[in-house]
Design a protein around this ligand. Structure first.
Ligand code: SIN
Length: 530
């Protein structure tokens, strides 16, 4: 354990040993006035003191237990320790959360855009001023390294800031009439109550990417965060209340996923479902939305190709592929799932890439230097194992890694598999773990054909120094996001979403607003009358 207080201010060397210097370089003021710790229990205590460790659902501005008193435990995936218990809610609590959102819609949607924008801006400021506490919470319940969690808080907050600004830019249209005593207008109005179902891999950013535009447009929201990571959602909701977002505009329920999901789907008061998660669940939500014809946006699974051409800059390709593959230990929908390498550069790339992968430090995300945390749970670990076993049984070589990590729990060794082919499960399904399968190709046409040979279409990456090839291949790829010579491309200002079975609609950017707006045509007639 490393724990410092103002009374015994640590030397830079002591802080470096405890893994905190990088964090406090960014925030020297806090260095002087905060007690900090990397020991999990002390971290929980610190969060309690800051008032951000909320352990009840939020309905109509009130913190609520499950009506039957049932709870679920939230565990730290790096240690197995229970961090807290939260209510295991179901149909009744969800129905009340929907009513509360529905009742608040009439007042929230009637505020001016500028008033809504100010609340969102305040929420953004509060998230940023609690950046370190939120990051600790993310690492505790999700497992990602603290540095990545800090990055997620900045990324997540940026959606609130961006949409606070976009709130003021919801424009309509005036259309030239076809009859001279008429005037034709297009208004954009909020869809109504939104049900937002969010995943565990980005406990904050996937909420803000949905709730930011929804609130900016004048919608109200019922959020169901993942049962694995509800604490970050609850902390964000606490800050929303502090920011003056009115009670009932943002509600949070968690627990029995199918009961909560069904209640949201069946309700005629919920006009929109937004979901990030697996393609299988997305299809169920799409089918379930049909009976009440809800607007729906889905951000589903990917099978991202990362194509390294012979003419790539080797260092750029290694660095970019590493980032695209190993962010969040491979647990993102945009993680490279297949690394396609042209035969002329294959050996050189495989060697340099494997060396970089071997250098990735695995461990508890609270510890300095960790760049790979645990997987979220045992099922995720077993899935990775099954896919690696399937690939090796069908002829893939283990270049590095290939088994559970000696740290135990759900840690898996950062792995590179060579000579993977399309018969192997790992080339057809998302592995969602720290395993990089390398596949060979000969020509540009073959690479494009291999890359597009999947039902998924979220993200793709290419590495080449040829400008014409960058354009040709970007245009030919059937994917919603393409990174050229870059492995980390997500940002609040650009549209995020997939082709094919990777989803519907776009999040982030100006396009992300449309998902929460209805278009209304108004015909003003008889202008020649009195
Ligand atoms: C995801 O994995 O669903 C989100 C990744 C991102 O926003 O970059």
């Amino acid at each position: 354990m490393a724990c410092f207080s103002l009374a015994t201010q640590p030397s830079p060397m002591a802080m470096r040993r405890a893994g905190l210097l990088g964090r406090y370089f960014a925030s020297p003021f806090r260095l002087l006035c905060r007690q900090i710790s990397v020991e999990p229990q002390a971290t929980v205590d610190r969060l309690k003191e800051s008032g951000l460790l909320r352990t009840q659902g939020l309905i109509g501005g009130k913190w609520i237990d499950a009506y039957d008193g049932k709870t679920i435990q939230v565990q730290n995936p790096a240690t197995g320790d229970v961090i807290a218990s939260v209510p295991c809610m179901g149909r009744n609590e969800t129905t009340n959360a929907i009513s509360s959102a529905y009742n608040t819609f009439s007042s929230w949607s009637k505020l001016t855009a500028s008033e809504r924008s100010k609340c969102l801006r305040k929420w953004y400021d509060l998230i940023i001023s609690h950046k370190e506490d939120l990051a600790l919470l993310i690492t505790l319940e999700q497992g990602k390294p603290l540095k990545e969690s800090l990055g997620e808080v900045s990324y997540g907050a940026a959606f609130i800031e961006f949409f606070a600004e976009e709130a003021k830019r919801i424009y309509g249209d005036i259309i030239a009439p076809t009859i001279d005593d008429r005037r034709l207008f297009v208004l954009k109005q909020p869809v109504g109550v939104v049900g937002a179902i969010t995943p565990w891999n980005f406990p904050l950013a996937m909420i803000t990417r949905k709730v930011g535009p929804a609130l900016a447009c004048g919608c109200t929201v019922v959020v169901k965060p993942s049962e694995y990571t509800p604490l970050t959602a609850l902390a964000a909701a606490e800050l929303a209340l502090q920011a003056g977002i009115p009670p009932g505009a943002l509600n949070v329920v968690m627990g029995n996923a199918s009961d909560i999901g069904d209640t949201l789907l069946e309700s005629t008061q919920v006009r929109k479902i937004t979901f990030t998660g697996s393609t299988a669940v997305g299809k169920k939500l799409m089918a379930g939305s049909a009976s009440t014809v809800k607007k729906i946006s889905l951000e589903l699974g990917g099978n991202a190709p990362c194509i390294v051409f012979d003419d790539a800059d080797l260092d750029v390709a290694v660095k970019g592929s590493l980032a695209a593959k190993f962010r969040n230990s491979g647990q993102t929908c945009v993680c490279a799932n297949r690394i396609l390498v042209q035969e002329g550069i294959y050996e050189k790339f495989a060697n340099a890439f494997a060396k970089a992968v071997q250098a990735l430090q695995v461990g508890n995300g609270l510890i300095e230097g960790t760049v790979q945390g645990p997987l979220i749970n045992e099922a995720a670990l077993e899935k990775v194992e099954t896919m690696v076993q399937d690939a090796t049984a069908k002829g893939a070589d283990v270049v590095t890694g290939g088994k559970r990590h000696s740290l135990g729990m759900t840690f898996y060794e950062p792995t590179v598999l060579g000579n993977v082919n399309k018969e192997m499960l790992i080339s057809r399904q998302e592995v969602f773990g720290p395993v990089a399968p390398l596949m060979r190709f000969k020509t540009e046409e073959e690479a494009i054909q291999m890359a597009n040979d999947t039902n998924a279409g979220l993200a793709a990456y290419i590495f080449t120094t040829s400008m014409p090839r960058s354009w040709r291949v970007s245009e030919a790829l059937e994917y919603g996001l393409v990174g050229v010579n870059e492995g980390l491309i997500s940002t609040e200002v650009a549209p995020f979403g997939g082709f094919k079975q990777s989803g519907l609609g776009r999040e982030g950017s100006k396009y992300g607003m449309d998902e929460y707006l209805e278009i209304k045509y108004v015909c003003l007639g008889n202008l020649k009358g009195t």
